[in-house]
Design a binder for this molecule. Structure first.
Ligand code: PGA
Ligand code: ZN
Length: 411
């Protein structure tokens, strides 16, 4: 049972204001700080109320959490919902809902002496997810001149273990820098918010660099490395023009043109993963590209489309829009709500990709969310402290459970 909840102002690694919570249950204490997005979907809950973290903390009455079972995320969500009283957490902020709900489960996990992923418990056999990380990028995560596509992603397809998997992505990251420098010797080695290189080049050149680097790393390490994109297409969608506007490259595509462009890139570069190829309300377009992708071994994933919302997932499933789902706890608010989403994904046959945010914290809970929801992938960048903390927790989970297998992508 929860005996105390304390909130404090915190900052993400990028400097976004956020909330950290400490929850005591029995004699154990859990602690969690919420991440924050930059290319947030418009259907996500609100990160913070207009007055920021101070107002979120002021409007939260911690006494109303006392006595709640910390090991029951649904009960914690119900209490948070009743304290907040709005549809989108606009009073206490999604950051508060995230921090309190994750800290509560951590406290319960310490109190019960069981790992957090086990308490989440939405898997058959526990599996270590494949690490998915961006090695090059632009969009809202980098300055002008970088590609319009937000993330160029890599992941090992068949690693023997999580250490080899993490190494493979790191090696590609290193080789991508060398590839950029070969094309532009004056590259100042700038990186975007998630540690991906942010060079002055367009989408096609970026794909050339990343596919060369991935092929070289695959040969060197004997691991097959798959390529993917997070287009974050809502950030380049111009509703007034009815077009996707690639500002840097001077490309303007209507929705059908965008679908053809994605298909062309997937064919030419052998992409295995495309996240948000279309803007967040184009369920029909998603259904069309998902039909195309299914026979070709390309996983179409919804992030801003689904925003970790069970009702948006139901709508997508009814039309066959996307085959994979990004799960970001703070898009839904609380862990309990994200768990409902994970259950819906499992019922509807969607592959789960548990994901960080571009403004993330030192917390490692994402690793438990990924294993605990049966995610096939954990998306958490490649380099940098906020990213590596999650990978390190995966390594610790694997070390504690020598028999645990690594996930395989099935499309
Ligand atoms: P965000 O973006 O965390 O900046 O919203 C990450 C993503 O689109 O996957
Ligand atoms: Zn995304």
């Amino acid at each position: 049972k929860i005996v105390e909840v304390k909130l404090r102002l915190a900052f993400t690694g990028r400097g976004d204001e956020t909330v950290e919570a400490e929850v005591r249950a029995g004699g154990s204490r859990g602690r969690a700080a919420a991440p924050a997005g930059a290319s947030a979907g418009k259907h996500e809950v609100r990160h913070l109320p207009p007055g920021g973290a101070a107002e979120a903390i002021r409007s939260f009455d911690p006494s109303r959490m006392i006595g709640i079972d910390a090991s029951d995320p649904r009960a914690v969500t119900a209490a948070l919902r009743s304290i907040d009283g709005t549809r989108d957490y606009s009073r206490i902020g999604g950051a508060t809902a995230y921090a309190v709900s994750v800290a509560a489960l951590e406290a319960a996990s310490i109190e019960l002496g069981r790992p957090m992923y086990e308490l989440i418990g939405l898997y058959g056999e526990p599996r270590i997810p494949l690490p998915l990380g961006n090695v090059l990028g632009g969009g809202k995560h980098a300055g002008g001149g970088a590609p319009d596509v937000q993330e160029f992603l890599v992941f090992p397809l068949d690693p023997g273990n999580i250490v080899d998997a993490v190494r493979a992505n790191l090696r590609v990251h290193t080789l991508v820098r060398k590839g950029i420098e070969r094309r532009d010797p004056s590259f100042p080695a700038g990186k975007g918010d998630e540690g991906a290189w942010a060079p002055r080049m367009g989408t096609i050149d970026a794909l050339e660099v990343v596919s060369e680097a991935a092929a070289a790393a695959s040969d060197e390490l004997g691991v097959h490395i798959g390529l993917g994109l997070d287009v974050a297409a809502s950030t380049i969608w111009s509703p007034s023009d009815g077009a996707y506007v690639y500002g840097r490259e001077g490309r303007r595509l209507d929705p059908e043109g965008q679908i053809s462009f994605m298909e062309e890139l997937a064919d030419r570069y052998g992409l295995k993963y495309i996240e948000d190829p279309l803007q967040e309300d184009d369920f029909e377009g998603f259904a069309e590209i998902t039909r195309w992708a299914k026979g070709r071994g390309v996983l179409i994933v919804g992030d801003d489309l689904l925003v970790t919302s069970s009702s948006r997932l139901e709508r997508a499933a009814s039309m066959g829009a996307a085959a994979g789902a990004i799960l970001k706890v703070n898009q839904a608010g609380s862990l309990g709500e994200a768990m409902d989403f994970a259950r819906a994904c499992r019922d509807r046959g969607y592959s789960i990709v548990a994901s960080h945010r571009s403004g993330d914290t030192w917390d490692s809970h994402l690793a438990h969310v990924a294993v605990g929801t049966g995610a096939v992938m954990m998306k958490s960048g490649v380099v940098g402290g906020e990213r590596m903390s999650k990978h390190m927790e995966l390594l610790r989970i694997a070390e504690a459970h020598p028999g645990i297998g690594i996930a395989r992508l099935r499309i």
